[in-house]
Design a protein around this ligand. Structure first.
Ligand SMILES: Nc1ncnc2c1ncn2[C@@H]1O[C@H](COP(=O)(O)OP(=O)(O)OP(=O)(O)O)[C@@H](O)[C@H]1O
Length: 637
C-alpha cells in the first residue's frame, strides 16, 4: 500500500510522520493499515486503524477480552497518527507479528470497512475515543507545561530576578497608592527627614535589576528585600519606613525642593540657621538633587537645590518686608575630605579650621564672594562644582569621598555679624563609611573619617532636636564647621536621604533608611527640654588671633564620646539583627526538621542545609558577641 494510493489519508504533517509511514512502506511489518477519522470533541482526528487477526484469547489493548470483539474476526486498534505518533505505533511498526494478518476484503453488498469502524464505535470505539481524548488532553497539558517552563526559562535568561519581580508586582497590586502631590500641604518642622527614590538608571536596567522600593503614600516607603531560604526558596522581606515625606521616582527637583529646603529659606531672614543635607550611597542622586539635573555631562545648576535656594533668597530680598533691611548676600563653597578642608572657589586651596575659647569655629581664609543676583550664585556653584570633579574619573570619584558645603550668608551692610546662613551639604557616599574593614590603609582611614562624620552629624541633629543636649560637634570636621547650624531655637534642618531603587543596592539603601529613620525616630520620641542651654552667640568682634587649633585633650574626649555613641548604635543594631535572625532560624530549622520526618528525605541535602544554617547562626552570634565585648571595653574606659 503506497502512500499515494491511499485517497483518504491526509498529507503527512511532519517528517516524523513521514518516517513512520515510510517504515511501514518498507514492509518491515505486515500490519495492514487503514486510516479513518474519528470524531472527538467535534473535531476530526486522523487515526491509523491497525487491523490484526486476533490471537485466540488475548485481552484487547483496552483491557477488554477478545470476546467483546466477537462480532468481528479482526479488531481495529486506532493509533493516533500525528507527529507524536504513539509508542504503540512505533512498536507495532518496528516488530512484525509472527503471522501476517490478512486484509479483509469487503464483499459486494456487505458494509464497507469504514462503516464497520463506525459501527464498531458503539462500544470499543467509544473507549478508544476516551483513551485518545485523555491522551490528547494529557499531551496538551504537557505541551502547555513545557511552554510555560520554556517561557520561564526564557524569562530567567532575560531577567534572573523575575521571581522577585513577580512577588513585588503582586504585593503592589494589593496596595492603595496615594503618593505625594505637588499641592499637598508643607509641614513646618524644625527637623525634616525625607527620602527620595531615583529611577533605575541605564546600568541597573542593563543588569536587569528589580526595583525593590515601593512608595505607596506621601510618607511611607516599603523595601522588598530579596531573600533566599536554605532550601533555596525565594521570598521577600518587606520592611516599612515612615518619614516626613517620601518622594518617588517621578518627583522632580522642584517638588523635592518645595517640601524640603524652600520652607527653610525664611529661617535665615528671621535670624536662624538653615541646613539641608543630602545623604546616601554613591550614585543615589545627591549631586543631582543638590547641584541640579545632569544632561549628559552638563549639569543644570538652575534646578538643583543650591540654585533654587539662591533664587528664593533673592525673592525674599526684594520683598518689601526685607528690602529695607540692607542685607548683603555672600556665598562660599568648600569641600571636607577627612580632616582636610579645601576652598572650591580658590583652586582647592587648603584651609584651616580653628576654634576659640568660646567654641566659635572659623574656617580661616575661606573665600566668601558677595553676590547681587541669582546668576552670580549660579556662576559660583558652577565654578565650585567643576573644581570638585576636575581630575576625577567616574570609577575613582573623590567627590563621593568628600562632603561639599555650599553656604549662602546674610549680613547687614557694614557688619561682620552673620544674620542668617543657609548651609547646603552634599555628603560623602555613606557606603564609604562602611568601608573600614577591607581595602588599603588609605581607604580604611577615609572610611573611618566618613563614618565618624556621619555619626557625629546624627548626634548633632539629635542634639538640635533635644535642645540643650550636649552637642558633639568636635567629633568631625564637618560638624565642627557646621557647629552654629545646630544651635539656637530658630535653627532648622532638613535631611534628604537618597536611595537607589535596584536590588543590588538594597543593603546600602537599608543602611541609609535606618540612619534617616534613627534621626526621625529620635525627633519623634525625644521630648524637647524647655530649659535651653545658654548658647554661645557668635561674636563678630572676635579676631582670627583668638582662634587656635582645638585642644588635643578636648578632641580625645569628644572622640571617646562619639565612639561610645557609635558603638552603642552598632550593638543595638546587632541586637536587633540577632532577634530578626532568630525568628528566621527558628522557621527554617522547623522546616528542615519537618522535611526530615517525611519518608525518603534527602539526607545529604538535609545535612548540608542544617550545617549551613547552624554556621550562619554561629557567625551572627559571634559578631554580636564581638561588638558587645568591644562596647564593654569602651564603657570600662
Ligand atoms: N531623581 C533622579 N532622576 C533621574 N536621574 C537621576 C536622579 N537622581 C540621580 N540621577 C542620576 O544618577 C546618576 C548619579 O547621580 P549623582 O551623581 O547625583 O549621585 P551621587 O549620590 O551624588 O553620587 P556621588 O556620591 O558619587 O557623587 C546621575 O547620572 C544622575 O543624573
Amino acid at each position: 500500500m503506497k502512500e499515494k494510493n491511499h485517497p483518504e489519508r491526509p498529507k503527512p504533517p511532519t517528517t516524523m510522520f513521514k518516517s513512520s509511514w515510510s517504515e511501514a512502506l518498507r514492509g518491515r511489518c505486515e500490519v495492514r493499515m487503514a486510516e479513518s477519522r474519528i470524531l472527538i470533541g467535534g473535531k476530526m482526528f486522523p487515526y491509523l486503524i491497525e487491523e490484526t487477526k486476533r490471537p485466540s484469547k488475548p485481552s484487547s489493548p483496552m483491557g477488554r477480552s477478545s470476546d467483546d470483539n466477537s462480532r468481528n474476526t479482526s479488531s481495529f486498534v486506532p493509533v493516533r497518527l500525528n507527529n507524536n505518533s504513539s509508542p504503540r505505533l512505533h512498536a507495532s511498526l518496528g516488530s512484525p507479528p509472527s503471522s501476517p494478518p490478512k486484509s479483509p476484503t469487503p464483499k459486494k453488498g456487505t458494509r464497507s470497512r469504514r462503516d464497520s469502524v463506525y459501527d464498531y464505535k458503539s462500544e470499543a470505539a467509544k473507549k478508544v475515543e476516551m483513551i485518545a481524548r485523555n491522551r490528547d488532553e494529557r499531551r496538551q497539558r504537557q505541551a502547555d507545561e513545557k511552554a510555560i517552563k520554556d517561557q520561564l526559562m526564557h524569562l530567567e535568561q532575560h531577567n534572573p530576578y523575575w521571581e522577585f519581580e513577580q512577588m513585588i508586582n503582586e504585593f503592589r497590586n494589593g496596595l492603595d497608592f496615594r503618593p505625594l502631590r505637588e499641592n499637598d500641604p508643607v509641614v513646618e518642622n524644625q527637623i525634616t527627614v525625607c527620602v527620595r527614590k531615583r529611577p533605575l538608571n541605564d546600568k541597573e536596567e542593563r543588569r536587569k535589576e528589580v526595583d525593590v522600593m515601593t512608595v505607596n503614600t506621601k510618607n511611607q516607603l516599603i523595601v522588598h528585600e530579596p531573600k533566599q531560604k536554605v532550601d533555596l526558596t525565594k521570598y521577600l522581606e518587606n520592611q516599612h519606613f515612615r518619614f516626613d515625606y517620601v518622594f518617588d521616582d517621578t518627583c522632580t527637583n522642584d517638588i523635592v525642593y518645595k517640601f524640603t529646603a524652600k520652607p527653610l529659606v525664611k529661617t535665615i531672614f528671621e535670624g536662624g540657621m538653615a541646613t539641608c543635607f543630602a545623604y546616601g550611597q554613591t550614585g543615589s542622586g545627591k549631586t543631582h538633587t543638590m547641584g541640579g539635573e545632569f544632561r549628559g555631562r552638563q549639569q543644570n545648576f538652575k534646578n538643583g537645590i543650591y540654585g533654587l535656594v539662591a533664587m528664593d533668597v533673592f525673592k525674599y530680598l526684594n520683598h518689601p518686608k526685607y528690602s529695607k533691611m540692607n542685607y548683603i548676600v555672600s556665598a562660599s563653597f568648600f569641600e571636607i575630605y577627612g580632616k582636610l578642608v579645601f576652598d572650591l572657589l580658590a583652586k582647592k586651596q587648603r584651609l584651616r579650621v580653628l576654634e576659640d575659647g568660646k567654641q566659635q569655629v572659623q574656617v580661616v581664609g575661606l573665600t566668601e564672594k558677595v553676590v547681587t543676583k541669582v546668576e552670580d550664585v549660579l556662576e559660583l556653584i558652577q565654578k565650585g562644582s567643576l573644581e570638585r570633579t576636575s581630575g576625577q574619573t567616574s570609577a575613582n570619584s573623590n567627590s563621593s569621598r568628600s562632603h561639599a558645603v555650599f553656604q549662602i550668608i546674610l549680613r547687614k551692610a557694614g557688619s561682620r555679624h552673620i544674620e542668617g546662613k543657609f548651609s547646603l551639604i552634599d555628603l560623602a557616599g555613606n557606603e564609604r563609611g562602611a568601608d573600614t574593614s577591607k581595602s588599603n590603609r588609605q581607604t580604611r582611614i577615609e572610611g573611618a573619617d566618613i563614618n565618624k562624620s556621619l555619626l557625629a552629624l546624627k548626634e548633632c541633629i539629635r542634639a538640635l532636636g533635644r535642645k540643650g543636649a550636649h552637642l558633639p560637634f568636635r567629633g568631625s570636621k564637618l560638624t565642627q564647621v557646621l557647629r552654629d547650624s545646630f544651635i539656637g531655637e530658630k535653627s532648622r534642618t532638613c535631611m534628604i536621604a537618597l536611595i537607589s531603587p535596584g536590588n543590588f543596592s538594597v543593603d546600602h539603601s537599608l543602611n541609609t533608611l535606618r540612619y534617616a529613620d534613627r534621626v526621625k525616630e529620635l525627633i519623634a520620641t525625644d521630648s524637647p527640654d524647655d530649659d535651653l542651654n545658654d548658647e554661645v552667640m557668635i561674636n563678630d568682634e572676635d579676631s582670627i588671633e583668638d582662634f587656635a587649633e582645638v585642644d588635643e585633650e578636648m578632641l580625645k574626649d569628644e572622640e571617646r564620646r562619639l565612639n561610645v555613641s557609635s558603638m552603642e548604635w552598632e550593638v543595638l543594631e546587632s541586637n536587633k539583627h540577632v532577634i530578626e535572625s532568630c525568628v528566621y532560624f527558628h522557621r527554617v530549622a522547623c522546616d528542615l526538621y519537618k522535611a526530615s520526618q517525611k519518608n525518603g528525605f534527602d539526607k545529604n541535602q538535609y545535612a548540608t542545609n542544617w550545617k549551613n544554617l547552624l554556621s550562619e547562626m554561629i557567625d551572627i552570634q559571634k559578631e554580636a558577641l564581638m561588638k558587645v565585648n568591644e562596647f564593654c571595653n569602651i564603657l570600662d574606659g
